[in-house]
Design a protein around this ligand. Structure first.
Ligand SMILES: Cc1cc2nc3c(=O)[nH]c(=O)nc-3n(C[C@H](O)[C@H](O)[C@H](O)COP(=O)(O)OP(=O)(O)OC[C@H]3O[C@@H](n4cnc5c(N)ncnc54)[C@H](O)[C@@H]3O)c2cc1C
Length: 399
């Protein structure tokens, strides 16, 4: 498929015409969500900066915001809430590093939500220092055999595909001996076991891999180049978690304003706190708008990590404030029997939001790690201590 646009009109006018055409031919009110999303993908309006034929038009990514706003105003569906890892991280990784065949196979059903994706990076012994991981992939002809354990794997219980990094050369230093694959989560040897969280839900899992066969055709990037591929996933993850741009007074701060107005609160000390949080929300929102305007397509830079750290701490502060406003009622939580959930970000009551957002400063890289990135890559401060960087992975002591 061609990577080059074959039209010669202003991108914005072209995109507007396509959006109008999509809405006219597939009215959201009467079109099944999957059909609408398939048509959106085929029109190149899924990710406008992706290549033609793969959900995009090869335009700059800024136009996507315009498209999304127009479609949301018209009541169009979105599969993002069901497939946040696929949309936020899987798609950009596949388009950056996948073959033509992989892009054709994976992107459309990922966009429509027919196939959910998960990310299998963290292990019991490798989280912040994920490059030290132990899961192995051993070559066997045209296939690889995967063995190991992953943990905290969000949505693995509903996922069709998982992005995984595995060690293919233990003689190399930790970052160099890794290779990246797409794993069929229904393949023999993949064992997904839910883990219960503080909310009572089990949105993440342990995943055990025992002699799981993966065709070499499902490798993303070169053998030994998995770390570079995984950086595309990780940097997009940070933008996906911390880079959202809600309308002013939208997002988490809306919950605080909702309770404040609903309960007719007037306490001047609490109002001071609320105004401070409101200003923080607006500063983060404007910072994310600026970062998204500066971002061209490709792997996002450290600004994604800065936004992620700021929003994680802010979300926790806002939800603590909301629970405080609720007084004794803030201690009431209907049930911890949530069971498994297929939506990683579901929180329908403030108490659930308060509990769920404790994880914001851990998932997708902890706030301490985001601060290291800010210090090293933005402020130019001396680097973290990395004693094992050049050692063969096999020789690094681990427990
Ligand atoms: C809700 C949730 C969902 C998740 N979903 C996924 C998922 O889908 N897929 C996946 O692969 N992983 C997932 N994770 C895992 C997440 O990425 C890790 O928990 C995270 O990277 C931290 O790793 P760790 O838990 O092993 O903590 P550790 O790395 O052991 O860190 C422990 C503490 O030490 C600090 N620390 C570690 N190294 C440094 C350093 N160099 N400098 C300063 N401080 C440091 C950390 O900040 C932290 O406070 C999820 C986690 C949560 C909470």
């Amino acid at each position: 498929m061609s990577q080059v646009r074959e039209i010669d009109v202003e991108p914005e006018a072209h995109v507007s015409a396509l959006v109008e055409g999509l809405l006219a031919e597939h009215p959201p009110a009467t079109t099944p969500a999957r059909d609408f999303l398939g048509a959106q993908f085929d029109a190149g309006l899924a990710w406008v900066h992706f290549p033609v034929g793969h959900g995009g038009l090869g335009y700059g990514p800024k136009l996507q915001r315009l498209i999304n706003e127009r479609l949301a105003d018209a009541g169009a569906p979105s599969a993002y809430p069901r497939n946040p890892i696929g949309h936020g991280m899987g798609a950009p990784t596949v388009v950056a590093h996948g073959s033509e065949a992989q892009q054709t196979r994976y992107l459309r059903p990922l966009f429509t939500g027919e196939e959910i994706w998960c990310q299998m990076f963290s292990e019991p012994g490798a989280g912040s220092d994920v490059a030290s991981l132990s899961c192995t992939a051993t070559r066997d002809g045209d296939e690889w055999t995967l063995n190991g354990q992953k943990v905290w794997t969000s949505l693995a219980h509903v996922a069709r595909f998982g992005m995984i990094i595995a060690r293919t050369d233990p003689e190399q230093p930790k970052h160099k001996g890794l290779t990246y694959f797409v794993v069929d989560m229904h393949a023999p040897g993949v064992d997904v076991r839910p883990l219960r969280q503080i909310t009572g839900d089990a949105e993440f899992n342990e995943v055990f891999l025992a002699d799981v066969r993966v065709p070499d055709a499902e490798r993303l990037g070169d053998v030994g180049d998995g770390w570079r591929v995984s950086l595309t996933t990780l940097m997009n993850e940070r933008v996906s978690i911390g880079g959202s741009i809600p309308p002013r007074e939208g997002g988490v701060i809306r919950e605080a304003l909702k309770v404040w107005r609903r309960d007719g609160l007037t306490d001047p000390v609490k109002r001071d706190e609320l105004v401070k949080l409101w200003i923080d929300a607006e500063v983060i929102r404007l910072t994310n708008i600026r970062a998204s305007q500066l971002r061209s397509s490709g792997t996002p830079g450290p600004e994604g990590s800065v936004g992620k750290a700021l929003s994680a701490e802010h979300n926790k502060a806002v939800m603590s404030f909301v629970v405080d406003l609720l007084g004794a009622g803030g201690m009431l939580y209907s049930s911890y029997d949530g069971g498994s959930t297929a939506n990683a970000m579901v929180w329908d009551v403030p108490q659930r939001g308060f509990l769920r957002m404790r994880a914001n400063s851990i998932e997708g890289g902890t706030t301490e790690i985001m601060k290291n990135i800010l210090g090293e890559r933005v402020l130019g401060l001396p680097g973290d201590v990395r004693v094992d960087k050049e050692l063969p992975w096999r020789d690094v002591p681990r427990n």
